[in-house]
Design a protein around this ligand. Sequence first.
Ligand SMILES: NC(=O)c1ccc[n+]([C@@H]2O[C@H](COP(=O)([O-])OP(=O)(O)OC[C@H]3O[C@@H](n4cnc5c(N)ncnc54)[C@H](O)[C@@H]3O)[C@@H](O)[C@H]2O)c1
Length: 384
Amino acid sequence: MDRVRFGLIGLGNIGIHHYSYFHELEGAELTAVCDVDETKFARLDAPVAQFKDYRKMLDSGKIDAVIIGAPHVFHPEMAKAAFARGIHVILEKPVAITSREARMINAAHEGSDVVFAAMFQMRTEPVYNKIKELLKDGTLGEIRRVSWIITNWFRTQSYYDSGGWRGNWTGEGGGVLMNQCPHNLDLFQWFFGLPRQLTSLAYLGKWHDITVEDDVSVLMELANGATASFVTTTADTPGTNRLDIAAENGKLVLESGVLTFYKTAEPVQTILNTSQEGFYSENPEVIEIPVDAKPHGHRYITQNFINVILGKEELIAPGTEGLKSVQLANAMLLSGLKGRRVDLPVSEDEFDELLEELRQDERQNAPDKVFDWDAYLRGLGVVD
Ligand SMILES: NC(=O)c1ccc[n+]([C@@H]2O[C@H](COP(=O)([O-])OP(=O)(O)OC[C@H]3O[C@@H](n4cnc5c(N)ncnc54)[C@H](O)[C@@H]3O)[C@@H](O)[C@H]2O)c1
């Protein structure tokens, strides 16, 4: 194969963005699109095969690969259906709502020889690449403490009031952890691995009239015993994106896109163990770390995926790794809502039970927030 024929499922916000850069890709062409809502086809400006039912597109013989940009509730069934037909997959984040579903996607992928990527485009951002490099090449040394405040996801009540499948348990299956934070949770696990345990405070509709979580603060213990905190909300403006990594050789800080390394004269534990100054005050070397202005974004994940199919590159964001950010999100919610420590990997039975309770509660106590997918698809004539 020297040219990959693509199908695109979902022509909403993200689908149209993927559509917009296809002509810039090398080694690929868009041959088919699918959306349950046929009015979305009016957004296309070039002729491609159009399908209302994604299975028909997968069976059409017109595509070798698919980008799945439908709402998350459909990700597992769509990814598994593509694998079963030998079709390569880029799956939008979050790969699934629950750890069990994400693990089942991975199980379905195992044994198939198709390429499976997740749309974690933040992995291509130069500043995050640089952090990954500094963690890997030993510049920072052993991690002692991490703190990530990621509150620049401000959303107003009108965002949630626009209705539909977002911001409720029945339609979306989560709030800030499921919709806004999957990229941050993916980067967190990419940098530091999955924590051993965590404890969180998670609030449902603390600031907005919604049923899902909009304010979460988490404390974690990493595999090496270091502690980490992660704070997020959709309710702060101006918001913050500040990542502090305190390590053996000093402290790395990312804030407002600027990366600064405060390098200690000696390893921190050596100073702590040997300095005769009881109130030692460090005057670290302050190094602003240059970050390449490399191109980045969704298009680069898609181009990388094409290059992998054509045997030219390694995957930047393997789809199977999408499980980890889902496990983190599930564990954070479970801990916050049950008010206790949660060990990872999260218990899938406990999380599934919690999600079912939240959905039942929404149906009983907040019927105006419920989004009924079956009724929606029936209305569009997609299912009987
Ligand atoms: N990687 C990113 O930066 C990024 C950004 C935005 C959204 N997303 C993800 O993309 C997905 C879609 O988000 P969005 O904001 O584009 O949503 P959206 O509601 O704007 O678009 C979803 C589209 O899918 C269509 N659709 C719904 N059910 C379908 C089905 N069963 N078969 C085919 N089409 C179906 C809808 O008609 C709609 O056109 C979500 O999972 C979201 O998390 C990722």
